[in-house]
Design a protein around this ligand. Structure first.
Ligand code: ACO
Length: 325
């Protein structure tokens, strides 16, 4: 049985910083409310770069950090819920820009769990086929599906991209335990965006209602504080591992209060969780790879460390992986 290792990361976020104070000029909110209820201080909002461009720049960073060239990549998966176009896929556009001529490429849609879903998909494909190296990217320009007049959602989200490179290895498998789930019924009522209209000569529907993100915040909050600890416990149990041996838990960055409640339920200190939601807000599928890339950049993780990735979001979906770097 082939093993797969994650060998490096990269990330890129737009330079434009939008602070809570900036949002006070747009909707009826306050810096104090946003920090107290979410932990978010600022987020990056694109001034024109689309999802393809963010994904491409994160991928370039990952390739550079791993000393690899575009020809070394055999598979590209992009997790996004905010593509620039329906077709070509973001992954195909990135493949073309990078010149990864050997790579198959496709997008995967699982909202904030999308990067973890993509890691599981890429590692399975590397084990099952003759592909040797995969580039997995989470990239979002959520700013284009945000209703900027809705204070209950527009303060939460941001734009950005993160990337990881996985390769087949003769060593033990770096993906130690995994889990992934969905609840489509609950997803219909709690988190919806990007609805397309049916408007043909044969059938017409009423105007699509949910082009922009709508969210039942309390429902999503309750869901998140339940699944986040359960992902961690399931991964540890499946791996026969104890939490003391885990260097970091890298959760989806949605709200500091969700992370804090999860750490209370797991009886671990808050600093076991890596948190950067204060700087970027919720970047959906990009949040976990941006956090991983920052951890590596800051020298906080190294080869051999065990890390838990835990994500939850639209769909509803939730997923996790216990990895050894
Ligand atoms: N500024 C000021 N007041 C606000 C704002 C704002 N930006 N937004 C809401 N309020 C008000 C509400 O109108 C409400 O006022 P009322 O009591 O007069 O009716 C009050 O604040 C409390 O509102 P709640 O919704 O109860 O606030 P809560 O403490 O639940 O926090 C929040 C809201 C931050 C959205 C929280 O529910 C949350 O984080 N939920 C999870 C969201 C999430 O993680 N979503 C992403 C999932 S991932 C994905 O796939 C996209």
């Amino acid at each position: 049985m082939k093993g797969v290792r994650i060998v490096g990361f990269g990330h890129y976020c737009p330079e434009n910083i939008v602070t809570n104070k900036d949002l006070e000029n747009i909707v009826d909110t306050s810096d104090d409310w946003i920090i107290k209820r979410t932990g978010i201080k600022e987020r990056r909002i694109s001034n024109g770069e689309g999802t393809v461009e963010l994904a491409y720049k994160a991928a370039l960073e990952a390739l550079k950090n791993c000393n690899l060239s575009s020809e070394d990549i055999d598979l590209i998966i992009v997790s996004t819920i905010s593509p620039d176009r329906m077709m070509p896929s973001t992954a195909c556009s990135v493949q073309g820009l990078l010149g990864c001529n050997n790579a198959a490429a496709f997008d995967l849609s699982a909202a904030c769990s999308g990067f973890v879903y993509s890691i599981l998909t890429a590692s399975s494909l590397l084990k099952a086929t003759d592909k040797k190296r995969a580039l997995v990217i989470g990239a979002e320009t959520l700013s284009k599906i945000i209703d900027w007049s809705d204070r209950s959602t527009c303060v939460l989200f941001g734009d950005g991209a993160g990337a990881a490179i996985l390769e087949v290895s003769d060593e033990e498998d770096g993906i130690i335990s995994t889990c992934f789930y969905a609840d489509g019924k609950q997803g219909e009522t709690s988190l919806v965006a990007g609805e397309l209209e049916l408007n043909t000569p044969f059938a017409k529907e009423a105007m699509a209602e949910n082009m922009y993100m709508t969210m039942n915040g309390r429902e999503v909050f309750r869901f998140a504080v339940t699944v986040l600890p359960s992902i961690v416990n399931e991964l540890l149990e499946k791996a026969g591992e104890s939490i003391e041996n885990i260097k970091y838990i890298v959760p989806h960055q949605a709200n500091y209060r969700i992370i804090s409640e999860a750490s209370r339920r797991l009886r671990v200190k808050d600093d076991k969780f890596y948190v950067n939601v204060d700087k970027y807000g919720n970047t959906s599928g990009a949040s976990v790879p941006i956090a991983l890339s920052e951890l590596l950049e800051k020298g906080l993780i190294k080869r051999g460390d065990k890390i838990i990735l835990a994500a939850f979001g639209g769909g509803l979906t939730w997923a996790g992986a216990l990895i050894k770097l």
